[in-house]
Design a protein around this ligand. Sequence first.
Ligand SMILES: Nc1ncnc2c1ncn2[C@@H]1O[C@H](COP(=O)(O)OP(=O)(O)OP(=O)(O)O)[C@@H](O)[C@H]1O
Length: 272
Amino acid sequence: MNAAKPPITLAADDIHMTYQVRYTGKGRNPLNHLRRVPKPVLKGISFYVREKEFVGVIGRNGSGKSTLLRILAGLETPTSGRVFSSAKPQLLGVGAALMPALSGHENVMLGLLAMGFTPEEAEEIRPSVIDLAQIGRAIHTPMNTYSSGMGARLRFAISVAARPKILMVDEALATGDASFQERSKAAMDAMIERAGTVFLVNHSREAIEGMCNRVIWLEDGEVVADGQPEQKMEQYMVYVSALAREEYEYAAEFLGKVKEAYGVQRPAFNRG
Ligand SMILES: Nc1ncnc2c1ncn2[C@@H]1O[C@H](COP(=O)(O)OP(=O)(O)OP(=O)(O)O)[C@@H](O)[C@H]1O
């Protein structure tokens, strides 16, 4: 008999996303630049994840990673398809709306309450948030006097205090200078540790292999591979280095094999 598997916490069922973008092709029609043309960015993404899965999402620039995370987090509605989840997934760094006229100090409290902490819990957590943001005495002045860096650090410090069960981390949202990143890493690691399910978009092989126990590889809006991090990372490196060497034929052939292997394990959902 199989040991009981952890429960499924999130499922994506045939997600499509098509943006309408400005026409950039050639043509004599002087109104061409006003035309909008459909640009499919996600083309039928299906997978499910279980508790205790740390999923690294990899793929080249523009493959659809950030779009997928925004859709999973409910920040964007897909053109078609559905997302099911056992808890509200949270995209790190996109948290509570803050009020510019209030001080940083007051906004920390507001942010923590908005994320669902009780007033007692929020009081308890507040000092650690302020400590992480490190904006000095400015914490007592209205946020509309902050530099964009200070505002971003405070926002980030508030959002890492959250305890979502399903957490999404997009490196594109990482903020601050090296020293802030160093300090925020510990807070982020703690957050990741607490969450049951994590999605991580990161271009660093080290980060993916160090933190994830599963990798989903997107290529041109499709899942082309899904599996064990070291193995999938290895294949991904073969593919991108072939492209870097301009060996397009070999790269395409290699990708074809990777896709074929994935096609066999691809999940199918019951419709209706
Ligand atoms: N709001 C939008 N309107 C139009 N096109 C968009 C929009 N958002 C994303 N795109 C396009 O969708 C494609 C996928 O973008 P996305 O940011 O999801 O890719 P990515 O894999 O996260 O890339 P990167 O690694 O560069 O961050 C890109 O071609 C991008 O230009």
